[in-house]
Ligand binder design. Structure first.
Ligand code: C2E
Ligand code: MG
Ligand code: MG
Length: 572
């Protein structure tokens, strides 16, 4: 190629072609020319353009490849950093061991766990860091790998450089890299779990020794069962729940057989509360939750098993807030006594029932159904019950001086807990004495369930109170399970037919029949019979025709505050 030709080529194409590519193309042509011995072939502009185009495409390809490479490098770098973080900052310790058990590599977590820098760990035998007492465990665990039995993991205590020991779970895997066998040891700290297990074990033992029951079954074989506390550990949540349920079924089944005690068979009923332990639960939480579940089981009827339900917890939290307020209510004098008249068939008022109300500063008047059951669960019912008794007797004292009211009697509701107090008789005596009122004007209302809790003790106590001159009425009669033989033994003056029968007397023939039977039974046993919840004339007429001559209910009056009662008394 002549220089003249070259020049003319340059001049005609320079603007059209990329200058750097043009120079490269020139160099390529020069090389080609040098290899072109004895050739005088000239290159056309077209040939030149084609080569430039090829080069251009090639250049773009190279650039793309280059970019890809840079990207791959960055990825690799990131992944390296990630791996480094995962490896070093993992929640578990990683140790790479030689076949002889020397540490070849350690992550930061293992160095933190052991309290020794990674550099110092290298080349040390791992057994150096295992507590003397637990060396055998490690030895056997290691051995399980060589004799092919491969235990999945073991638990032992390792040593910190400060001399303390801590529980870990060890898992290991082997890697064969280029004919060299390496062991990877994974160290999971389990101190918290171990501590909780130990607390649980101690608590379970304590609980068992408190609640173990000696029971003689129908065949007279002494069995010692511990249904009160059983802990299942090492199961998934679902497995544990299923197992607990099955265990509960078995316990219920075993309790269905009668127990032979002294001379007769007894049938037991039971309730079971179950809670599943979370890793962050304390032993106190565990007992609290089991108690709540048990409480729920008891409320759901006999022979039931209930799991702890967190919404129940919320209800109970509300309860404890209410309980605190209730405590305050006493000292802040927020309770009021309302009085509901009790009348005879001629609508003459013979007495009143004292019914408590809570005058809450924000929520207004609260019905006893909303706080008495709660007060009964705690000891709060005791001071509240005493307050009611004192207030009722003070009212009797006021009425004593007025001939129109001097003969009125007051009925006071008594809770089981209150009645069971060892000094309940003395309390009654004291209050009567302090007020100087006629004891026969005071009537205590007991429920069937109270009486049946311990019939013998109840009869004795009732007799002592009756000896003071006080009367008794059996409240809500018909809803419980009293038998005729118990009823005859109790020193009762009155039976009070429960309002649930009275209200629905004409709805169901059964109710009519029950009301008639109660009346006949009461009269037969020499008691007077009063019906509560009388709302219609028809009800009153039916009761009267059946022999019930005393009534209490909205037909006559709602429970009234004392000022309104006094107005009512003047008008009737
Ligand atoms: P109780 O002793 O059976 O009282 C009768 C309840 O029936 C009262 O409800 C009364 O207001 C209501 N009642 C009266 N007449 C009628 C009527 O015609 N129809 C209807 N549907 N209801 C009527 P109250 O006052 O809400 O008391 C509820 C329960 O709270 C009482 O039932 C009693 O068990 C308890 N209680 C009330 N005051 C005290 C107390 O001072 N101490 C204790 N331990 N318990 C109390
Ligand atoms: Mg009552
Ligand atoms: Mg009642």
């Amino acid at each position: 190629m002549s220089s003249k030709n070259q020049l003319s080529l340059k001049n005609t194409t320079k603007e059209k072609l990329n200058p750097s590519l043009y120079e490269k193309a020139e160099k390529i042509l020069q090389l080609k020319e040098e290899t072109r011995v004895n050739s005088d072939k000239k290159y056309s502009l077209l040939e030149m353009q084609e080569i430039c185009h090829d080069l251009e495409v090639h250049e773009i390809e190279l650039e793309m490849q280059n970019e890809e490479l840079i990207h791959t490098y960055q990825e690799l770098d990131n992944s390296n950093k990630r791996y480094f973080d995962f490896y070093n900052l993992a929640p578990v310790g990683y140790l790479t061991l030689s076949e002889e058990g020397l540490i070849l590599e350690a992550n930061l977590t293992s160095s933190t766990l052991l309290g020794i820098s990674t550099q110092i760990l290298i080349q040390k035998p791992v057994s150096h860091f295992i507590l003397q007492e637990d060396q055998d465990i490690y030895y056997l665990y290691n051995k399980s790998f060589s004799d092919q039995t491969k235990q999945p993991s073991c638990e032992l205590r390792m040593l910190h450089s400060d001399g303390t020991s801590f529980w870990v779970q060890l898992e290991s895997s082997t890697q064969n890299s280029d004919g060299i066998v390496l062991h990877r040891l994974i160290i999971s700290p389990i101190n918290e779990r171990k501590k909780a297990q130990e607390e649980l074990r101690i608590a379970a033992i304590a609980f068992k020794s408190q609640n173990g029951m000696a029971i003689t079954d129908a065949d007279g074989i002494i069995e010692r069962i511990n249904p009160a506390f059983t802990a299942l550990t090492g199961y998934s949540e679902e497995e544990a729940a299923t197992l607990a349920n099955q265990l509960g079924e078995k316990i219920f089944e075993s309790m269905q057989k009668p127990f032979f005690l002294k001379t007769r068979d007894y049938y037991a009923q039971m309730s079971i509360g179950v809670t599943l332990l979370n890793s962050d639960d304390t032993v106190e939480d565990l007992f609290k939750h089991a108690d709540i579940a048990l409480y729920q089981a008891k409320n759901s009827g006999r022979n039931t098993l209930r799991f702890f339900d967190p919404t129940m917890q919320a209800t109970l939290d509300l309860h404890s807030a209410l309980e605190a307020e209730l405590r305050e209510a006493l000292s802040k004098n927020q309770f009021r006594l309302y009085y509901q008249p009790q009348v005879d068939e001629l609508h003459r008022v013979g007495g009143v029932e004292a019914l408590i109300r809570w005058l809450h500063p924000e929520r207004g008047l609260i019905s006893p159904d909303d706080f008495i059951p709660l007060a009964e669960e705690s000891d709060l019912i005791l001071p509240i019950g005493l307050w009611v008794l004192q207030s009722a007797c003070e009212q009797l004292k006021i009425w004593k001086n007025n001939p129109h009211t001097a003969q009125l009697n007051v009925a006071v509701n008594v809770s089981s807990r209150q009645f069971r107090q060892p000094d309940f008789v003395a309390q009654i005596q004291q209050v009567l004495q302090n007020c100087g009122v006629n004891p026969s004007l005071l009537k205590l209302e007991l429920t069937e369930s109270l009486v049946l809790e311990n019939v013998e003790e109840t009869i004795q106590k009732m007799a002592a109170i009756q000896h003071l001159g006080v009367n008794f009425s059996m409240d809500d009669f018909g809803t419980g399970f009293s038998s005729l033989s118990y009823l005859a033994q109790l020193p009762l003056n009155q039976l009070k037919i429960d309002k649930s029968f009275v209200n629905k007397i004409f709805e169901h023939r059964d109710n009519e029949m029950i009301a008639r039977t109660i009346i006949a039974m009461g009269i037969g046993l020499g008691m007077n019979v009063i019906a509560e919840g009388v709302e219609t004339i028809a009800q009153q007429k039916f009761l009267e025709a059946s022999g019930c001559l005393f009534y209490q209910g909205y037909l006559f009056s709602r429970p009234l505050p004392i000022e309104e009662l006094e107005v009512y008394l003047q008008q009737n």
